[in-house]
Design a binder for this molecule. Sequence first.
Ligand SMILES: [Zn+2]
Length: 465
Amino acid sequence: MIPDRLAFIDLETTGANPVRDRITEIGVVEVDGDRVTTWNTLINPGRPIPEFIQQLTGIRNEMVANAPTFAEVAEELAERLQGRLFIAHNARFDYGFVKNEYQRLGQRFRSDVLCTVRLSRKLFPEYPRHNLDSLIARHGLQTGDRHRALADADLIWQFWRLLQRDRGEDALAEAVQQQLKRPALPPHLDPALLDDLPESPGVYLLYGENDVLLYVGKSINLRQRVLSHFAADTREYKEMRLTQEVRRIDWHETVGELGALLLESRLVKERQPVHNRRLRRASDLCSWRLQEVAPGDFRPQLVSGHDVDFGRAGDLFGLFATKREATNTLRKIADAYELCPVILGLEKPAQPGRPCFAFQVHACKGACVGKEAIGMHSARLMAALAKLKLDAWAYPGPIGLVERDDFLDVEEVHVVDGWRYLGTARGEAEIHQLLEPTGQSRFDMDTYKLLRTQLAKGKLKVRRL
Ligand SMILES: [Zn+2]
């Protein structure tokens, strides 16, 4: 069944960012069965319209100077849209703008939303493009003033009628139902969540009884990821328990995936959610450092994050959560490379001048009794450890890793120094704040690995700070 009351909507705006930009024109085609009403109005956005947008839409600053503000039409618009299916081309955009305008007025706007881009994709899967211009060309839609709100709303309405004729009521109804299907939420959660969850990258936090933090996760699509926790068909025991415990969900949007990863890692460490795997504390970390005890004689020395700045030292091998893990790894390497466990400090010598036990079973080449030159042993040790070598910080100081969303025209700079994540900034003032020495950010393994992988890909824009 297709709802009886429809509203085909198009907006013109001062830009693409629903938080920062404002509406300049609203066009609505209201459809009640056979009755069709149109409504449109210019809106004074309370700020200048960028020149290129004035050119694109033909809506110039002087045209909106005496137009009503959104606040002045908010009530009438709400009445018109009340109880109607909100239909727009790339509906997330228009719905997002309308919702944000109401939010600024302290009001909540909610509606069932249908996107004609998704509808076109579903019903004309054979075509790669589904923007409005492609639809006009493909289906011979009648254009009025392109990029004016009512003319574009009318185009969507034309497209809708074409779908009814061309694909039939049943196919259309099925595609509409599929889009409108609301995923099930656990009973304890506020249903408004379904409207509010953004489809942007970010980090989400699941809270339980008494606001205990249960879980922190990240995704490039928050909405999809959060709802997937509650999808009935993919329930594992752990998910099921989590689902039953959740009482509240919170989230932070980020510009991109790296921002989400960094924030997730930080929140998990700082807040220790019940269901996240326990992450190692920075101070427990240890690593092997090669120490030259005599010329050409290198011995491994276990160092901890307390003693050595892992973010700056260049001669470290491996990162280990515990001493035991570090020792086990070195022992395996000794076995594989026939290195002497006594020289490596893994065993005490049996008696001075006596070979180690490994030598007696041909698992040591005899550096302990001078059968192998110590320089040779050192060289083989270095070769064996090479794969574990930590990358030294390759920059003279802090850097900013830039993530940008061109569509929303927003940018985030992740400030990093010596593999430490100092925080994420929007704008120069925030960058400077993050660079002030506070000594709070510590070296940690997850961030090191994450940043190393991301930097190795070479796709990130790096700014020296
Ligand atoms: Zn030996």
